[in-house]
Design a protein around this ligand. Structure first.
Ligand SMILES: [Zn+2]
Length: 222
């Protein structure tokens, strides 16, 4: 329902889009999900994991766990990685937002630890579109931060060399390495979409600056 530069299905209310259009877009997603209500993650660029059983904006966190059937949870991104997780005991779902800060603070591991505290392992994982490493050059000090903070296998997967020779970060590859540490391998992982900076059908903050956010949503049906 949004107009340029937010067309068509912008799901973020904080980017300057018409609030009525955003609400209508979110309502479309809720209906597509078959959910009664929708929790929308607020990207805080940290590692906090929260649980909620109410719709509307989520508490400030990059990972939200929902146990109520019919309550969908929506993560937003425009280059950052979005993930939807379903517990292997069919009692909980989670949505996660992870940019480079989330990679460094291991928000994905935090979400899986919170699921484990509820007695659930990763049953299914969907990884949304994200910027690829070749399109995401970063300053050398950020590479140092990733190598200092992340497990060696995670840093090895995430740190790449861009075509122009600059260091780059492939956050999605790092996230996949973090998932692997929790036993979530390719057999339970579904990938949606490619590189946000290269695909004109996706929102990319890197490519466009002022733009919308796509989303990845999950709901547990009763
Ligand atoms: Zn790319």
């Amino acid at each position: 329902m949004s107009r340029p530069p937010f067309d068509a299905l912008n799901l973020a209310a904080h980017v300057g889009d018409d609030p009525d259009a955003v609400a209508a877009n979110r309502e479309l997603v809720r209906r597509m999900l078959g959910a009664d209500d929708l929790v929308v993650l607020t990207a805080a660029h940290g590692a906090d994991v929260v649980s909620t059983d109410r719709g509307g904006p989520a508490p400030e966190a990059d990972a939200v766990i929902v146990r109520s059937p019919g309550l969908g949870v929506l993560a937003l991104g425009a280059d950052c990685v979005t993930l939807a997780l379903a517990g292997d005991d069919d009692t909980c779902v989670a949505a996660v937002h992870c940019g480079w800060r989330g990679l460094v603070s291991d928000v994905v591991g935090g979400a899986l630890r919170a699921l484990a505290d509820l007695g659930a392992g990763p049953g299914a994982v969907v990884v949304g579109p994200a910027i690829c490493g070749a399109c995401y050059p970063v300053p050398p000090e950020r590479i140092v931060e990733v190598r200092d903070s992340c497990a060696p296998a995670v840093a090895a997967a995430a740190v790449v060399r861009c075509p122009d020779g600059q260091p780059g970060l492939d956050v999605r590859a790092g996230v996949l390495a973090q998932l692997a540490e929790w036993g979530a391998d390719g057999s339970i992982i579904t990938h949606l979409g490619g590189c946000t900076a290269e695909d004109a059908d996706l929102f990319s903050h890197r490519r466009h600056g002022r733009t919308g956010r796509q989303g990845l949503a999950i709901v547990r049906h009763a």
